[in-house]
Design a protein around this ligand. Sequence first.
Ligand code: NAG
Ligand code: NAG
Ligand code: NAG
Ligand code: NAG
Ligand code: NAG
Ligand code: NAG
Ligand code: NAG
Ligand code: NAG
Ligand code: NAG
Ligand code: NAG
Length: 803
Amino acid sequence: MANSALRCKHFIRMVATLPFLLALAFIFFTPATAQRQINITLGASLAPNTTTTNSFWLSPSGAFAFGFYQRGDSYAVGVFLPRTPRKTVVWTANRDYPPVPRNSTLRFTSDGRLVLQSTEAQETFVAIPRESAVSASMLDTGNFVLYNSRRDVIWQTSDVPTDTLLAGQHLSPSQQLCSSASESDQSTGLFRLKMQTDGNLVQENGSQFPTPIATPDTAEHSYWASGTNGVGDNVTLYLDNDGSLYLLNATGTYLKNITASGGPPKEGIIYLLRIDPDGIMRLYLYNATQNADLSKIWSSSENKCIPKGLCGLNGFCAMNDQNLECKCLPGFGYVNPGNWTSGCERNFTADSCMRADAAPRYTIQPVSNTVWEDTAYADLIFSTNEECQKACLQDCNCEAVIYNDQSCKKMRLPLKYGRRDLNNANILSIKVGETGSNGNGANGFMPEGKKRPSRRDILFAIASSTAFALMTLAVSGFVVYRYRVRLYEILPKEGSATMIENISPRSFTYEELKRVTKDFAEEIGRGAFGTVYKGTLLNSLEVVAVKKLEKVSSDVESEFQNEVKIIGRTNHRSLVQLLGYCLDGHDRLLVYKYMSNGSLADLLFTAEKQPCWDEKMGIARNIARGLLYLHEECETQIIHCDIKLQNILIDECRRAKISDFGLSKLMKPDQTNTMTRIRGTKGYVAPEWHKNLPVTVKADVYSFGIVLLEIICCRRSVDWSLPDDEAVLEEWAYSCFQERELEKLVNDESTDGRQLERMVKVALWCILEEPSLRPSMRKVLLMLEGTVDIPIPPCPSSFLSAI
Ligand SMILES: *[C@@H]1O[C@H](CO)[C@@H](O)[C@H](O)[C@H]1NC(C)=O
Ligand SMILES: *[C@@H]1O[C@H](CO)[C@@H](O)[C@H](O)[C@H]1NC(C)=O
Ligand SMILES: *[C@@H]1O[C@H](CO)[C@@H](O)[C@H](O)[C@H]1NC(C)=O
Ligand SMILES: *[C@@H]1O[C@H](CO)[C@@H](O)[C@H](O)[C@H]1NC(C)=O
Ligand SMILES: *[C@@H]1O[C@H](CO)[C@@H](O)[C@H](O)[C@H]1NC(C)=O
Ligand SMILES: *[C@@H]1O[C@H](CO)[C@@H](O)[C@H](O)[C@H]1NC(C)=O
Ligand SMILES: *[C@@H]1O[C@H](CO)[C@@H](O)[C@H](O)[C@H]1NC(C)=O
Ligand SMILES: *[C@@H]1O[C@H](CO)[C@@H](O)[C@H](O)[C@H]1NC(C)=O
Ligand SMILES: *[C@@H]1O[C@H](CO)[C@@H](O)[C@H](O)[C@H]1NC(C)=O
Ligand SMILES: *[C@@H]1O[C@H](CO)[C@@H](O)[C@H](O)[C@H]1NC(C)=O
């Protein structure tokens, strides 16, 4: 059969390289060099830059090395090409961990673990094999492997690629390469190359990382694809040592040849594929017989502006000669002039539609030949760009329009993935605050003055008359909302889904909310920030939870509005959605979607509601996803500061959603007593709160660890009704873990012992005293999803000091 013939050919091609490798090994092997070690045995160790110990182990040919390389002023462990001028790194252990100091040691311990000791107290695992290893080898393929006593490979670097694929290696479905932050910093960068399970090989901005399984593969972030989606299951990317890069399906059929063979494999020639820090995927050739640098033989794109997200938000990428440059739109300045990825922000304060009072004056400025991600909330038809611009000026929700061939797309900020493309006739026009404006007044919506728009375009006429009507009505946010929807209903276009999603929280008056809640009749909860009431929206009959904030600082209104805006912009299925707010005199209220199943505490501690093990794990993953979003994926990083069972709400489908996020900043600061600085709930607060240390996202990781233990064990973190040694859950969990008696933690449940151990290990990592040792939520999620191995957690010494 044709298929098996092809597969066979592929096999022969792989086998044919073996003699070549052996030859290579022979040529380069010089017994005089102590570092060349084909069989690395237990007890061996490495240290960076000392005269007494080697800092790396070489492969027989000397082309590859495993061990310490210099990263900045410190060191990291990885596989690199020692003879290239810049010691090109092809694999890094624990790439997102901080580099280690000069007095660190890498030890292949007598019990078969490969650990990196950076301080007396801290060991990190470099490899986590299935069983204990008895020997190791740095192979001439660039693969570093660990063997068991039967000489089976039990762990290898090629199974856990970082940003490079070496000849002979493959990328299996749902595996990915992630670019490095820069040439000299191998921590995870902005871009990834992912072998999707639908058969498509895709390069995309890494913002969706690390949820390859959980998130749908969306096209909006991708900027290169092999176009092989839907060709079948289990498509794998291969790189051969003749430089050919291709996709094969499970039965060995060639689906796509990405690069052609560079002729038969040659001695000393090594091919490698890397997703570079600039987001472009390149195939390199390394001639190991010369001490030269890599030479590029293919790249996924010649245009350096193609990778999405290079310039951050509201910036666009332009080529200046051969150099890439990120430019800000008119009226914008760099958030961080030294760092283009941080994007651009307005250099004037734009009032939002939430404020009905002072409408600012704007002018509009065009920028030609740029393309952006299409996030239009309305797509209108106008015959000229001027009419399109005018329509934007008259719509207070519109911040930019893109005009091209009669299509006028209204957008809100932020604008994403901008780049100059001289072949594209787009004209982007952006609202810019009018300098030296004196009238802050009534005609703010009509900066171009008295001249009313002509009636020629019906759509335009409707839009502008609505706007005019609104002005005279002394607009309330409520009406603005209706206006937007109505305008849209008249002009239905394909973008309508975006439109609905992007609606920012609407503003309510106190009187309105009084009616919504029937004069705050039904109290459904009381929390750190105030009391929560149930209500029903008057127009949509949607049931809502109205939170009356009590202890918020009533400082500047704009600060409150800012926070609300930030909260309102979050949109994630693991977060409770903010629908509206009220800022009326001293009253500050927030309106949320109502969660009909109460809090996670109700779920865990109500016998008839108690979730089964699988459901519990689903809940834990959802919370982790929500936190990951707050920490890394939403526009402004949000540290929750008060993760606890009561703040995880459960919707009608029993899905967990995080509530109360973004509120901690609104709490009244109290200068008289430093302890009130602690925002959070006893039993959940991380040790750094007590020590006056800076509080980072890792404080949430700590609280998450406690919540995870509570979910696992279905009990509260502190329960003095239990025997003394069980009263504090974290101590009890660690002692059960140490004694290998985890089943004690879950009473009579029929849980899978391995899963239980995994979950407990994750929780124990989260509650380490030292914040930097706690994993990021990204890592936590990977561990919960079972995509990475979990090292043995050290003792969370925090109990010693905290109790
Ligand atoms: C490597 O070392 C181990 C442990 O000393 C030994 O059992 C094994 O046979 C050696 N393998 C080779 C290929 O020398
Ligand atoms: C090793 O350390 C010495 C002194 O600390 C320094 O001068 C030298 O450059 C280092 N060598 C390498 C390869 O890092
Ligand atoms: C390396 O030195 C630092 C301080 O200079 C020390 O804290 C650390 O424990 C040392 N590491 C080892 C492995 O001795
Ligand atoms: C690209 O992804 C990074 C995270 O990897 C994210 O911070 C950035 O905002 C994304 N860029 C854009 C323009 O979305
Ligand atoms: C691989 O592709 C061939 C040709 O398209 C097809 O006949 C075969 O069924 C595919 N195999 C799998 C496992 O999808
Ligand atoms: C794809 O791989 C998965 C896991 O290895 C396997 O369960 C499945 O049967 C494979 N599908 C095909 C069509 O080979
Ligand atoms: C890809 O290359 C292989 C061998 O180099 C060849 O047999 C196959 O037909 C090619 N496939 C496609 C889709 O071009
Ligand atoms: C590799 O380098 C050797 C020695 O300089 C040279 O003879 C050979 O042609 C080079 N091979 C390639 C493919 O460039
Ligand atoms: C804002 O930036 C524009 C350039 O884009 C500049 O002309 C203007 O003076 C700046 N305004 C302020 C207040 O910095
Ligand atoms: C640049 O900014 C981005 C986003 O704000 C950040 O993730 C990254 O670490 C910054 N890079 C440097 C070198 O500061």
